[in-house]
Design a protein around this ligand. Structure first.
Ligand code: ADP
Length: 450
């Protein structure tokens, strides 16, 4: 096992990783920017190192500073959390060159899945069904129009290096394609440093369903069921739940086994998520994330498996602790991502939390790094915390969610709590009858302003 783990992240995920390390008896090192001196992960870690000024590029993304922090503290492993350097293959390689373990997949798999075109190709070769689209990046406008006619309209232009819900454009007719390609290429170059784009059939009413996997890097891999993340705003997840209201046991087992087999074939190491759009009973692969995800607690609540502990164990060379048939799913879990944002305009609302009272009781979990009197700095993403609720059935889970949301008090800043209070009372949500564009419709109908 590792002697000491440096957590190269901040906020709730830094705390989440720290908790796993404590339970494994592994000393921790927190790193922080000058804006995060009072952060909870810094307070709770065994040691902490300041790695730079507030801007993420100078601190949480500052590889030389992180390497120095490992050296000074003697950390022999780095957990990257999600975001920042979590899917940076070069970072994993640099750590390896300095004899520090990266808690994550091998660089070749991070790189493969980081390129969405290569990832789709690999998925197809591994027997995973993909969204119909161009086989690779698109070249000239004429070629794009030819390809588009085969795929059919509407379609999506997507950035090969895209992420975080950015780099996507819907095209409804051939005449829109040349201008769309020009903008998409320019945006992709500016955001990701790569202007490769590809075409994909645009699915009108799919659900976003993702399968959680865990592999030991030696050819054993299991799946841990799915999460339904169809409630999205601007392609970003807002509400996640598991199991998906749209799947039955047989379908779950089938897609889960297809994905787990693919992970065994490539000898995948660590946790990962294989994402699909699910429409008309068909799964269509869109991408794979090679890290722990924001919504991982949903799976933890319905399997009782600590994904971060398992991630650390396999990174240290341990075998999997579970066979597929020992993974049992029980009950239902829902996660709400609570952001420091105005719930109508979604304008960020950093500032001081003057009163904080999280909900509690049976089946209620709050993953957050804020506290009474904490000031949310303006430099990072606006996630304040995640409320995760578990129930024996989906309806018990929804009932518990409503009462937990009503108990939750965060004063001093604006949050998206009112949005979740409204969603938990919507008939379509209660019925589990929604798709990836449902939330857009809710806002178009007036959303919270109704
Ligand atoms: P990112 O890496 O930026 O998260 P994804 O490829 O995972 O991008 O897609 C994010 C979301 O964008 C999906 O969950 C879905 O809502 C939407 N999306 C992506 N591809 C398509 C598509 N072909 N048709 C319709 N919606 C799509």
């Amino acid at each position: 096992m590792f002697d000491k783990i440096l957590i190269a992240n901040r906020g709730e995920i830094a705390l989440r990783v720290l908790r796993a390390c404590k339970e494994l008896g592994i000393p921790t090192v927190a790193v922080h920017s000058t804006a995060d001196e009072d952060a909870m992960h810094v307070r709770l870690a065994d040691e902490s190192v300041c790695i730079g000024p507030p801007a993420a590029k100078d601190s949480y993304l500052n590889v030389p500073a992180l390497l120095s922090a490992c050296e000074i503290t003697g950390a022999d492993a780095v957990h990257p959390g999600y975001g920042f350097l979590a899917e940076n293959a070069r970072f994993a390689e640099i750590l390896a060159d300095h004899n520090v373990h990266f808690i994550g997949p091998r660089p070749e798999h991070i790189r493969l899945m980081g390129d969405k075109i290569a990832a789709k190709r690999a998925a197809r070769e591994l027997g995973i069904p993909t969204v119909p689209g161009s086989d690779g990046g698109v070249g000239t406008d004429d070629e794009a129009i030819r390809l588009a006619r085969d795929i059919g309209f509407p379609l999506m232009i997507k950035a090969a290096a895209g992420g975080g819900g950015r780099g996507m454009k819907v095209i409804r007719a051939a005449s829109e394609l040349p201008a769309g390609l020009t903008t998409a290429r320019a945006e992709s170059l500016a955001a990701f440093g790569d202007d490769t784009v590809y075409l994909e059939k645009y699915l009108e009413r799919p659900r976003h369903i993702e399968v959680q996997v865990l592999g030991d890097g030696k050819g054993r891999a299991i799946h841990l069921g799915e999460r339904d993340c169809s409630l999205q705003r601007r392609h970003q997840k807002v509400w996640e739940e598991g199991p998906s209201p749209a799947l039955n046991v047989a379908t779950r087992d089938q897609i889960g086994e297809t994905v787990a087999k693919a992970m065994r074939d490539i000898k995948y190491l660590g946790v990962g998520t294989v994402e699909f759009l699910y429409e008309d009973g068909k799964f269509n692969f869109i991408e794979m994330n090679t890290r722990i995800q924001v919504e991982h607690p949903v799976t933890e609540m319905i399997t009782d498996i600590d994904l971060v502990v398992e991630q650390i164990r396999v990174a240290a060379g341990s075998d999997l602790m579970f066979a597929q048939d020992s993974v049992k799913f029980h009950g239902h879990a829902i996660e709400c991502r609570i952001n420091a944002e105005n719930p109508v305009s979604f304008r960020p609302s950093p500032g001081k939390i003057v009163h904080y009272h999280p909900p509690g009781g049976l089946g209620v979990r709050v993953d957050s790094a804020v506290y009474h009197g904490y000031t949310i700095p303006p430099y990072y993403d606006s996630l304040v915390g995640k409320l995760i609720v578990h129930g024996k059935t989906r309806s018990e889970c929804l009932m518990r969610l409503k009462r937990a949301l009503d108990e939750f008090v965060i004063d001093g800043i604006e949050t998206t709590l009112p949005l979740f209070r409204a969603l938990a009372r919507e008939t379509d949500i209660i019925d589990g009858d929604y798709h990836i564009h449902w939330l857009e419709g809710f806002f178009a109908r007036g959303g919270l302003e109704q």
